[in-house]
Design a protein around this ligand. Structure first.
Ligand SMILES: Nc1ncnc2c1ncn2[C@@H]1O[C@H](COP(=O)(O)OP(=O)(O)OP(=O)(O)O)[C@@H](O)[C@H]1O
Ligand SMILES: [Mg+2]
Length: 363
């Protein structure tokens, strides 16, 4: 029997996207099927280059087509067209950015900046174009976290982001000089944030991770109101009992209709190097989950306490670069996968490309 496009599509139809609960064929992911004297090639176009099941799809697709009678060599090309989950912005704020993720927290020092940079690096590692905006104008930490201390340049009134580890970076920390004011007044903060969003040449990005200042002050409010945000994650620690602050944060996002993707609990437990299977919940267990439940949002996962976070942080080497094989790096990769999947579902809902019946998948 001669091999045909429809027999190839039939072979691929059982491959189901775990988030959309539909066949990759029916979702329209399979493209450019070519058959040449038994050799078959086709594209699988994903909704993001950071798709966590990319390798799995590729393997399954190849095996299924190779198993067909009369098929010779099989070539699967994995491509992507990142869908946007960011609301359209009338003022042309961040026009080339498909997904914007705000990393927020009720209070300071819980590891918000650490989470932001490591999530960004995980997204980058999976092939996406990623930027990080350090919107914490009061306590910028991106220069320290990345080891970048240059001053961005401007051409034609456009500010060019700096770069490290393949990420585009922008931070107030790149501009601070001895003469910079110690205290920023509300209107100045507003102006700065606006510049970061409208005057920076971010270019085409799949994801922009935004490190918000803690709480719900001027800068956080300005940013949530001005930036077209796709979703927010809230970082807490287990002993952060401040449900009041967390709730304020949630309300801030609700007001601007930004979905809160969930809560990440940082510095959850400690695993001594000599006891790799042990988890010591030094600050008590389950605080992040409790906050998530109280807020009615998903709990996304735990990140362990790891001295290498501090060590690498001081050297401009975030943990996923500094100790990629650590449990901590793995925790960030898991979280980044969850965030990618949640945003993909949101964007599908937004554009309704995958028509009806998309069910939300719990992280
Ligand atoms: N999982 C972790 N294990 C060990 N140390 C950590 C971990 N996460 C963060 N830290 C350390 O805790 C400190 C605070 O982290 P970070 O700066 O990311 O928090 P933040 O919430 O952004 O704080 P701020 O409110 O000052 O902006 C840093 O010294 C960082 O290295
Ligand atoms: Mg910070």
């Amino acid at each position: 029997m001669a091999i045909s496009e429809s027999s190839i599509l039939d072979a691929l139809r059982p491959i189901v996207d775990p988030d959309f609960h539909k066949s990759i064929v029916d979702l329209g992911f399979v493209k450019n099927v070519r058959i040449e004297s038994g050799d078959v090639s086709f594209d699988i176009e994903l909704t993001t280059p950071a798709c966590p099941v990319k390798a799995e799809f590729e393997r399954a697709a190849r095996e299924r087509v190779e198993a067909l009678e009369g098929v010779g060599a099989v070539k699967v090309r994995m491509t992507s067209q990142t869908r946007t989950s960011a609301p359209a912005s009338p003022e042309k704020v961040l026009p080339g950015v498909r997904n914007t993720i705000a990393v927020a927290s009720g209070k300071g020092g819980v590891g918000k900046s650490t989470t932001a940079i490591n999530l960004a690096l995980c997204l980058r590692a999976s092939g996406a174009r990623v930027g990080v905006l350090d919107a914490d104008v009061y306590g910028p930490s991106l220069p320290l976290l990345t080891g970048v201390h240059e001053r961005p340049t401007a051409h034609d009134r456009r500010i060019h982001p700096l770069e490290a580890y393949g990420l585009e970076l922008m931070s107030m920390g790149f501009f601070v000089t001895e003469e910079s004011p110690v205290i920023w007044r509300g209107p100045m903060v507003h102006g700065l944030i606006k510049q970061f969003l409208t005057d920076v040449e971010w270019g085409e990005l799949d994801y922009l991770v935004i490190d918000l200042p803690p709480g719900t002050g001027d800068a956080a409010l300005t940013l949530t109101q001005m930036a077209p945000l796709s979703g927010a994650v809230i970082v807490t620690t287990s002993n952060d009992l401040s449900i009041v602050d967390a709730r304020k944060g949630l309300r801030m996002f609700e007001k601007v209709e930004v979905p809160v993707l969930g809560v990440i609990e940082n510095m959850s437990y400690f695993t001594p190097p000599e006891l790799p299977d042990k988890k010591y919940y030094i600050f008590g267990q389950g605080g992040g989950k409790r906050i998530a439940d109280e807020l009615g949002v998903d709990f996304l996962g735990e990140v362990p306490i790891d001295p290498r976070v501090v060590e690498g942080g001081d050297k401009g080497r975030p943990i996923v670069v500094h100790a990629p094989d650590s449990h901590t790096a793995a925790a960030f990769r898991r979280l980044s996968d969850i965030v990618v999947r949640k945003l993909a579902v949101l964007s599908a809902r937004r554009s309704m490309v995958a028509d009806a019946n998309i069910t939300w998948v719990q992280g």
